[in-house]
Design a binder for this molecule. Structure first.
Ligand code: FAD
Length: 348
C-alpha cells in the first residue's frame, strides 16, 4: 500500500501521447524528456550526466565511458557546463598573469557529437552564471539548429573566489529568470523585440531541486517555493541534487506535490567512490550521509572495498526508488562509468 501511495506521487497530469508523433520522433531521435517519460508508461528509465573533458584532453575518454552505459538504453544524456574560473599564467619573467577562462568548454559541441554518434537525445546544461541574456539566446538558437530540444536551466554556483553568486552584467540572476527567457523564446519572442512564431523553439526545460534544500536557502519550505517559481515560469521537469537517504527524496516529492508542483521529479543518484566523499560531499552540497553508509565506508580496508560499498548502496537506493515508480533514475557519472555500469546492471 505504501508503495502504491508513493507511486501516486509520481503521476503527472497529462499522460496521453500522440502515438504517431511519438513513433515519428523516435525515428528522428528528437524527443523531449517529458515525452520519454510519457512513452515509458510508468516504467523507470535510465539516464546519466557527464562532464566535458578539460581543455586539451581528448573526447575519446568520454566516449570510452559512455560506451559501456549504452546497453541500458538511456533516452537522454545530460552534459554539464562549468563556470569560468581564474587561472594564473606564468609570463616567464617571474610574474603571473591572472586570466579568466572556462576549463571545461564544449558542452554544446559534446551534446551534438553524442547525439550524432549514439543517436540519443542530449540535454545541455545552460547557466545564468557567466553569460549575458544575449549570449544565452545565441546558445539556445544553436541548440535549436542542432535539433536539441531539451535544456537544463541552472543558475550555477558562485565562482571559486566569490563569496556569493554574482550574475554577469546583463545576465540572468536566478534559474527562474533563465526559465522565463527560454519560455519566451518558445513563444517566438527574442530579446530586442524580434518575434518569429513560424520557426520558434520548443524546448523542454529541466530545473534543479534539492531534497535537503539548496545550501543558500533559509529552509526547505522556502526553497520549495523557489522551485515552484521555476515551474510556474515554464519548467517541465525537475532533477534532484544527489541524496543518500531515500526518505528525504520521498518527503521532498510529497511536499512539492502539496504546493502544486505537478511536473515529473527525477532523482539524482551518485555512488560514493572514495573515502574523501565522506567529507567533501556534505561540505560542497550540504547533504547528510546516513550513519550506516558512513560506518560501512569507514570499515573498508581498500579503495576497491569503498567503491563496492558505494555501488551496493546506490543499488539499494535505486531499487527502492524504482519500486516507488520514479520516472527516471539519473546517475551522476562524473566522467567515470564503471560503477554506474555495475549499478545499472542490477537495476535495469
Ligand atoms: P536557483 O533555482 O536560482 O536557486 C539558487 C538559490 O537562490 C536557492 O537557494 C534558491 O532558494 C534561491 N532563490 C531562487 N530564487 C530566488 C529569489 N527570487 N530571491 C531570493 N532567493 C532566490 N552547476 C553548474 O555550474 N553546472 C552544471 O552543469 C550544474 N548542473 C546541475 C545539475 C543538477 C541536477 C543540480 C541539482 C545542480 C547542478 N548544478 C550545476 C549546481 C547548481 O548550479 C547550483 O546548485 C546552484 O548553486 C543553484 O542553481 P539553481 O539552478 O538551483 O539556482
Amino acid at each position: 500500500l505504501q508503495i502504491l501511495q508513493i507511486k501516486n506521487l509520481f503521476k503527472v497530469s497529462s499522460c496521453s501521447i500522440n502515438l504517431k508523433l511519438y513513433t515519428l520522433n523516435l525515428k528522428l531521435k528528437k524527443m523531449k524528456v517529458t515525452d520519454h517519460i510519457a512513452a515509458a508508461n510508468g516504467d523507470t528509465l535510465f539516464s546519466f550526466e557527464i562532464i566535458p573533458p578539460q581543455k586539451g584532453k581528448s573526447i575519446q575518454e568520454l566516449y570510452d565511458n559512455i560506451d559501456p552505459l549504452m546497453e541500458f538504453k538511456p533516452p537522454f544524456i545530460d552534459v554539464t557546463t562549468s563556470r569560468e574560473e581564474y587561472i594564473y599564467v606564468n609570463k616567464g619573467n617571474g610574474l603571473l598573469e591572472k586570466k579568466l577562462t572556462r576549463m571545461r568548454p564544449g558542452t554544446l559541441g559534446i551534446c551534438a557529437s553524442i547525439k550524432h554518434k549514439y543517436n540519443v537525445d542530449t540535454v545541455p546544461h545552460v547557466l545564468c552564471g557567466g553569460f549575458t541574456k544575449e549570449e544565452t539566446e545565441y546558445l539556445l538558437v544553436d541548440c535549436h539548429y542542432l535539433g536539441i530540444d531539451n535544456v537544463m536551466a541552472l543558475r550555477g554556483d558562485a565562482m571559486k573566489d566569490e563569496q556569493s553568486f554574482i550574475p554577469k552584467e546583463g545576465g540572468n540572476h536566478y534559474a527562474a529568470d533563465l526559465v522565463s527567457q527560454i519560455h519566451q523564446l518558445n513563444q517566438g519572442n527574442y530579446l530586442h523585440g524580434l518575434k518569429d512564431i513560424e520557426h520558434k523553439s520548443d524546448f523542454c526545460i529541466g530545473v534543479a531541486g534539492y531534497p535537503e534544500k539548496h545550501l543558500e536557502s533559509p529552509s526547505l519550505t522556502s526553497d520549495l517555493k523557489r522551485l515552484k517559481e521555476k515551474v510556474d515560469a515554464g519548467a517541465d521537469y525537475v532533477v534532484t541534487q544527489m541524496f543518500f537517504d531515500n526518505s528525504k527524496f520521498f518527503e521532498f516529492v510529497a511536499k512539492a506535490r502539496e504546493i502544486g508542483i505537478n511536473v515529473p521529479i527525477i532523482p539524482g543518484i551518485k555512488p560514493i567512490a572514495v573515502q574523501r566523499h565522506l567529507q567533501i560531499l556534505p561540505q560542497i552540497f550540504r547533504i547528510d550521509l546516513p550513519e550506516d553508509l558512513i560506518n560501512a565506508v569507514e570499515k573498508c580496508k581498500t579503495p576497491a572495498d569503498i567503491r563496492q560499498v558505494g555501488v551496493e548502496w546506490a543499488i539499494q537506493q535505486s531499487l527502492e526508488l524504482k519500486a516507488a515508480g520514479v520516472p527516471f533514475l539519473h546517475y551522476y557519472s562524473m566522467g567515470k562509468s564503471e560503477n554506474i555500469r555495475q549499478i545499472a546492471s542490477k537495476v535495469f
